[in-house]
Design a protein around this ligand. Structure first.
Ligand code: SF4
Ligand code: SF4
Length: 256
């Protein structure tokens, strides 16, 4: 983001709206620390009417080159070219009734690394992806972060993106239920090495008796989740169905 120095009056209204503390007033003009700026668009979006001078404008070529990921991972109003939906991740479990992304016998993980006012870098995100990749998980194909990886089996991020800063990135994948303990242990371990914060979404289906199979396992691990539920009304046409096959529970493409 840039400030038109000719237009800016130096009133300072914009300063508290920046979650990265990237705006400061110098010599009665607003200036933006380019390295700190996350390209979240908060200043131009919130202040398009409030900035009395309309002084903010986007850097030319912002949507090209490595810096573009700052915008895609920090501005919720942008739509990534891979997901075609606004935001940094996917619709996660919100559309699970039609996608069947996480079925019984599986868990879904959404690890959101970084938060507004703190942010993170791709280097920190990579610490998590590399730690999880060692467990042999497959990263979600539809997540934009997956497409920035150099080697998905190792969880490495392409070099040109590593120093880029962002509000947050969401690491998403589904795995067999038996991977729950090793994944949680790995997340706990990598948490000690991170220079940022993260939130962990653990997704699973209810059993027929209404119980959540992950809860006793988490209790044993000393983890206390805050349980939320999403009730699918069955209004969508499922792409996948859940069925038993040779005593192994699998997802299969719904072709009927
Ligand atoms: S609100 Fe606009 S005019 Fe005021 S300091 Fe910020 S950029 Fe300059
Ligand atoms: S785009 Fe976001 S991070 Fe950059 S100056 Fe504006 S509010 Fe701050």
């Amino acid at each position: 983001m840039l400030v038109d120095q000719e237009k800016c009056s130096g009133c300072g209204i914009c300063v508290p709206y920046c979650p990265a503390q990237a705006i400061s007033i110098v010599n009665k003009k607003a200036i933006i620390d380019r390295d700190a700026c996350l390209e979240c668009g908060n200043c131009i979006r919130s202040l398009v009417v409030r900035c009395p001078k309309g002084a903010f404008y986007e850097e030319p070529g912002l949507y090209e080159g490595p810096r573009a990921i700052r915008r895609f991972f920090s501005d919720p109003s942008t739509s990534h070219k891979v997901t075609k939906i606004p935001g940094r991740g996917t619709e996660e479990v919100k559309t699970n009734d039609v996608t069947g992304r996480v079925c019984r016998g599986e868990i879904g993980i959404a690890l959101e690394v970084g938060r507004p006012c703190l942010g993170t870098t791709m280097t920190e995100v990579e610490k998590c992806t590399m730690a999880l990749a060692e467990l042999g998980i497959e990263f979600e194909e539809c997540n934009p972060l997956t497409h920035l990886m150099e080697d998905r089996k190792k969880g490495t991020i392409q070099k040109q993106y590593k120093e880029e800063k962002l509000v947050s990135a969401i690491i998403e994948f589904a795995a067999d239920f038996k991977m729950l303990v090793p994944i949680m242990q790995r997340v706990k371990k990598v948490a000690q090495e991170l220079d940022t914060v993260f939130s962990l979404d653990l997704i699973c289906c209810y059993e027929d008796d209404g119980s959540l199979p992950v809860l006793p396992v988490l209790e044993e691990l000393g983890m206390k989740p805050r349980v939320n539920s999403k009730v699918n009304l069955g209004l969508g046409r499922p792409f996948k169905i859940y069925r038993e096959k040779k005593e192994e529970k699998v997802c299969d493409t719904f072709t009927a």
